[in-house]
Design a protein around this ligand. Sequence first.
Ligand SMILES: [Zn+2]
Ligand SMILES: [Zn+2]
Length: 363
Amino acid sequence: MSNFVRSTASKYKFGAHVSGAGGISNCVSNAYNIGCNAFAMFLKSPRKWVSPQYTKEEVDKFKELCKQHDYNPLTDILPHGQYFINLANPDIEKAEKSYDSLLDDLKRCEQLGVGLYNMHPGSSLTGDHKQQLKQLADYLNKAIKETKFVKILLENMAGTGNLVGSNLADLREVIDMIEDKSRIGVCIDTCHTFAAGYDIGSKEAFDKFWKEFDEIVGYDYLKAIHLNDSKAPLSANRDLHEKLGEGFLGLEVFRIIANNDKLYNIPIILETPQEKDDGYGNEIKLLEWLEDISDEDSLENKELIEKITMLQKNGEKVRKEQLTKFKAKIEKNSNSKKRKSTAVKKSENDISSQLTRSKRARR
Ligand SMILES: [Zn+2]
Ligand SMILES: [Zn+2]
């Protein structure tokens, strides 16, 4: 039974990460029932290296349900790779194990007719970063040769240093080494971007980030968005997703995203912490509502102002806790202290008044 009617009017493919428990075909109905126009899922258990292969019946059922619910598997579905896959690992035995799991995932995509695949680019750990980026690219080139059409998207990360994809330059460097560029792309996660130190919290900052993205990576490579608010402050380097509007990003950022024509027609996937799938259904409807509020209208829209205030209130306690932790961390580690202190000040302002901040930014 469908609880949320799927929008046919939206210019965006808003959707969520759904469960495929009990059979991969179940994720299609799960997505449909919460009104997704695109969706993500794990292709196998995210906690095990090896999982049983799909049966022919299951694959047929998946394709049939996609047809029935009008999802194009080539463009509307973005499976997520396992978190422990690390092709940049200097321990070659572990890297090989990761490669096997990646190749198995890519083959599953092609069995299902799925055209996109998202993965975390991994970590160079104690190895030489440049050298490990080369290793990652070599494995990706090999995987591309061993498959036919699925496009691999590298997701940007929330961390620093050896975590590949914590900055845009890493992504560029890997893409440069990919032989068949039609098979590679990027997925930008809003929470990771912010936590990595790229401020996207206002229209001005948001535009600046995308300009930088275009210069370093290139818009042509942007193939998907992961849409999450952040429990942790700017530059905290913590990967802590929050419900839309309750974190340090705040609802205004998502209204800006829902008014950005560069993001039409690519999967925009929610990975916010929800107790039930209905939470995603509500957030998709919220995004489709924000889509109708232009920059000019937003300042006077009473309903929007009430919503921003209410959601910020919901998340206030968690934001304060995370800010305290962040401050303690900076005190202990003087590394890049100045930049981080600025982030603290900004976060303190945001807690006291998100509303003023978003208004200020648009004046
Ligand atoms: Zn993500
Ligand atoms: Zn994340």
